[in-house]
Design a protein. Structure first.
Length: 435
């Protein structure tokens, strides 16, 4: 057990029972929220606003509720015994889940850093045009690797909270600013009523699965473990933490949908890539001045850089724990083998992420590997939902942590929905190979 974890365990032996006490401890949920939204989520939500105004906010709400259900179930599994999430999953299939998640996370890690570091660098260049690309990209990469690699979760949490404050206040200010004027208010009045897209149900299901990340849900169990929330009496704290987490994700989705609606609705323009987001920033100059452009870019920077930090932390924890369990199975739960950010596996994954980021950035994204990555990583959530349905209904799980009837229903919905989306992703990848 790491020194930090030991200290946390001593200082947080029992969960607070008051709301004030619980609120003082929140943190992992905010890390989850910030790690789960990124540039792709900005594009998804703004495109929704551009095409449908505010009419599809209900779709994001459904998706956020389902992600909350998965995260809450993951936390209950984590609190059912003082062992890591991956170790818990060995109770259902032995080494199967560690192997599956290891393959998925290695592929996620192969491409994740290149995308987010490149976008972060480009945003910095838009704010400070004198910055050269590669030196800036290396600084961004090293800053994330060092912050996570120090091995103290609390440092990552504090850094992400600082960026999170900038991000959410910036996005809210932007949404309120673009709402000024009769055109924006007319769009809001015209599109506020929930509707169903006239395209297909696949569009709706894709939007439901579009906000929030799979690795963050897995990583949440490690972050609450670092906070020493390890026993059933911490369940109210975890639920409050997650409620705030997904509340922030909801605010993000609504605000970005509003920005897309008030700027682009009815123009037949959609955002296809990150470059189009920079075009939006330039368009804001004519609407709300240079300050509006700067607020957008700084908020965009906070969104992407927090996804770098949270992503590196989450991928490192999940991948390292898969390696730890596979190397030490079936003795992975012995005190000498406990999961820690100080382990060689954790540091090794950060090295892997750093090297992969630089290699993929220099080569571009190989199409074949991208298709394989997308197909395999799409199965993380349905596989997780299946495991949670099985394990959390067993009598060996403390009664207060087992699935309720509603938990089972909602997890079954998650399994069906995300399983369907995974099948769609596999079909798309296969078509990509054939095409």
């Amino acid at each position: 057990m790491s020194a930090e974890t030991t200290s946390q365990t001593k200082n947080a032996a029992s969960a607070p029972t008051s709301w004030a006490g619980r609120l003082r401890l929140i943190g992992p949920g905010i890390v989850l929220a910030l790690a789960s939204v990124g540039a792709s989520d900005m594009i998804t939500t703004m495109n929704s606003g551009a095409e449908y105004g505010l009419a599809l906010i209900w779709v994001f709400t459904v998706g956020i509720i389902l992600k909350f259900v998965l995260s809450e179930a993951v936390s209950r599994l984590q609190m059912s015994g003082d062992r890591s999430l991956i170790s818990h999953l060995t109770r259902f299939g032995g080494r199967t889940f560690p192997i599956l998640f290891l393959i998925a996370e290695l592929l996620v890690g192969l491409f994740f850093g290149a995308g987010v570091v490149a976008v972060t660098t480009t945003i910095l260049q838009a704010i400070f045009p004198v910055l050269p690309f590669w030196p800036t990209a290396i600084v961004v990469l090293l800053s994330a690797a060092v912050l996570v690699g120090i091995g103290r979760y609390g440092i990552v949490e504090k850094a992400m909270m600082c960026f999170g404050i900038i991000m959410f206040f910036g996005i809210l200010a932007l949404a309120i600013s673009v709402f000024q004027g009769q055109d924006a208010q007319a769009v809001a009045a015209e599109t506020i009523v929930p509707t169903f897209p006239n395209t297909s149900i696949i569009t709706v299901m894709s939007l439901i699965g579009g906000v929030g990340g799979a690795t963050g849900i897995l990583a949440y169990s490690f972050w609450i473990r670092e906070k020493a929330w390890r026993t059933p009496d911490w369940k109210p704290v975890v639920r409050l933490d997650l409620f705030i987490s997904y509340g922030l994700v909801f605010i993000f989705a609504v605000a970005m949908s509003a920005v897309g609606a008030f700027i682009l609705y009815g123009q037949g323009f959609t955002i296809s890539d990150n470059d189009a987001l920079f075009a939006i920033a330039d368009d804001l100059v004519g609407r709300i001045g240079e300050t509006g452009r700067l607020v957008f870019l700084i908020s965009f920077l906070a969104v992407v850089y927090t996804s770098v930090l949270g992503g590196f932390s989450g991928i490192a924890y999940v991948t390292a724990d898969c390696l730890r369990v596979l190397r030490r199975y079936p003795h992975q739960d012995e005190p000498a083998n406990e999961m820690s950010a100080k382990l060689i596996e954790f540091r090794g994954v950060l090295v892997y992420l750093s090297i992969a980021t630089l290699v993929i950035m220099s080569l571009g994204q190989p199409v074949t590997l991208v298709l394989v990555y997308a197909a395999i990583s799409a199965f993380i959530l349905p596989v997780l939902a299946l495991a949670l349905l099985v394990i959390l209904n067993r009598s060996s799980v403390p009664a207060q942590l087992r699935n309720t009837k509603w938990s089972n229903v909602l997890l079954a919905v998650c399994l069906a929905l995300f399983g369907f989306l995974a099948a769609l992703q596999v079909k798309e990848s296969v078509m990509g190979f054939i095409g």
